[in-house]
Design a protein. Structure first.
Length: 366
C-alpha cells in the first residue's frame, strides 16, 4: 500500500455561491471562547471530585498533567470529557480521584497553584471519561475585516441562513488532518508498515487522521454530486434526537424526515468491523475505500475497528457585529469542528487561524 501521490485536501463549500467575509480568527485568546456542554451533572457524592475550570493558553493535557502532579495522582486518575483549544478561553470539567479531600479545599489549591479559575467543585461516583459531553458552545470574534462591517454582516447572515436551512458537511478539521495532510501521510506509513510509532496515543491519532481524510473525501463527493441533502437507498441514517441508526429503504418516507432535519445520512470511518451501508450508498463508500489503497485485512492487522459519523452538522448560528468586528455564536455536538463552520464564512483556507490541540474524543475508530 503506497501513500497517494497527491492528497485531495480541497473540500467544497456548502455555501459556495455566497462570497466569504475573510478576516482574522483568534487574534487574541479572548476572540475564541469555548464552553463545554456536559452530558450530565455530578450528583454531589462519590470518590471523584469534578472541577469545572476556565483556562487559557493551556492544553487539556497540560492541565491534566498539572492536576495529577499537584495531588500526587496517576494521570489516569484525572479524567476529562474532551480536548480543548490552547489559544482560547475554554471552560471544561476535570475529575480527580480524591475520596478523602474536601471539594472546596481542592478548588482553592488548584486556583492558587495552576493559574486557572475553578467555577465549581462537586463530587461524583465515577470518573469523567472521553465522550461524556453533549458538545461545545463557541463564541468567535472575527477581526481585521476587509470590507465595512455592514457588508460583512449581510454576507454572514446569508451564510448562516443557508447553513441553518440545509446543514453543513461534518468535515474533520485541519487539526485532525494536519498541515498539508502531514498527519494523513504518517498514518498511511503506519498502516503500510513503513513507520513504527511507539507512542500508543500518537499512533492511534495518526491512523485516525488517515481515516478522517477518507471520511472527508466521502463527504466532499456527496457535496459535489448534489447528494448532501438527498438520501440514497441503502444509507445508514441517524436520528438527531435519539441517535438511533437504521438503513434507508423507502426514500419517499425518509427524505421528508431528512428535509425536516430529523435524520441525516452517516459517513464511513472505515474499519474491519464498520457497519456497512447497502445498495447505492454502499457503492459510493466502496469507491472511496477502493481508491484509498487500504485493505480490510490491513485495517484488521492494525486493529482499526471502524464506526459511523453523522454526515451533517445542524448548527443554530447567531450573527452579531460591533463597530469593526463580527461575532459568531453556535453550538456543535461532540466531534464537530468549529473550523468546519468558520471556513464556510471566511472562504479562505489560509486565514491566520491558530492551530488547535488534536482532538481524539469524537470517535472510537481504532
Amino acid at each position: 500500500m503506497a501513500v497517494p501521490k497527491d492528497l485531495d485536501l480541497k473540500l467544497p463549500y456548502i455555501t459556495e455561491g455566497i462570497l466569504g467575509i475573510s478576516g482574522r480568527i483568534r487574534g487574541k485568546p479572548e476572540d475564541f471562547i469555548v464552553d463545554e456542554i456536559p452530558a450530565y451533572q455530578p450528583v454531589g457524592y462519590g470518590d471523584h471530585i469534578f472541577l469545572n475550570i476556565t483556562k487559557s493558553l493551556k492544553t487539556t493535557r497540560d492541565t491534566q498533567i498539572e492536576l495529577a502532579k499537584l495531588f500526587d495522582l496517576q494521570r489516569e486518575n484525572v479524567g476529562h470529557a474532551g480536548l480543548k483549544d490552547k489559544f482560547a478561553i475554554t471552560t471544561q470539567t476535570f475529575s480527580l480521584l480524591l475520596p478523602k479531600s474536601e471539594p472546596d479545599e481542592v478548588a482553592k489549591i488548584v486556583e492558587d497553584n495552576l493559574g486557572v479559575i475553578v467555577n465549581w467543585a462537586l463530587r461524583h461516583p465515577k470518573k469523567l471519561r472521553s465522550g461524556h459531553l453533549k458538545g461545545n458552545l463557541f463564541k468567535v470574534k472575527i477581526t481585521e475585516l476587509e470590507k465595512p462591517v455592514e457588508i460583512i454582516f449581510e454576507r454572514a447572515n446569508k451564510i448562516a441562513s443557508l447553513l441553518q436551512s440545509i446543514g453543513c458537511p461534518n468535515y474533520y478539521g485541519v487539526q485532525r488532518i494536519g498541515k498539508n495532510g502531514g498527519n494523513v501521510i504518517e498514518g498511511y506509513e503506519i498502516l503500510g508498515g513503513r513507520y513504527l510509532e511507539r507512542n500508543r496515543w500518537l499512533r492511534r491519532y495518526l491512523v485516525s487522521s488517515t481515516l478522517s481524510y477518507l471520511c472527508n473525501l466521502y463527504l466532499a463527493e456527496r457535496v459535489r454530486h448534489g447528494i448532501f441533502t438527498r438520501l440514497l437507498v441503502g444509507d445508514l441514517a441517524k436520528k438527531h434526537d435519539t441517535g438511533g441508526v437504521f438503513t434507508v429503504e423507502d426514500l419517499s418516507k425518509e427524505q421528508p424526515r431528512c428535509d425536516a432535519k430529523e435524520i441525516s445520512f452517516t459517513a464511513p470511518i472505515y474499519g474491519y468491523k464498520m457497519r456497512n451501508a447497502k445498495a447505492d450508498a454502499k457503492k459510493l463508500e466502496d469507491m472511496i475505500f477502493e481508491s484509498s489503497g487500504l485493505t480490510l485485512g490491513g485495517l484488521r492487522e492494525n486493529r482499526v475497528i471502524g464506526t459511523r459519523r453523522m454526515g451533517r452538522l445542524l448548527p443554530e448560528i447567531d450573527v452579531n457585529k460591533t463597530q469593526n468586528d463580527l461575532m459568531l455564536s453556535f453550538a456543535l455536538p461532540a466531534g464537530g469542528y468549529a473550523t468546519t463552520i468558520l471556513r464556510e464564512f471566511t472562504k479562505n483556507e489560509e486565514i491566520p487561524l491558530v492551530y488547535q490541540e488534536p482532538d481524539m474524543e469524537d470517535e472510537d475508530e481504532t
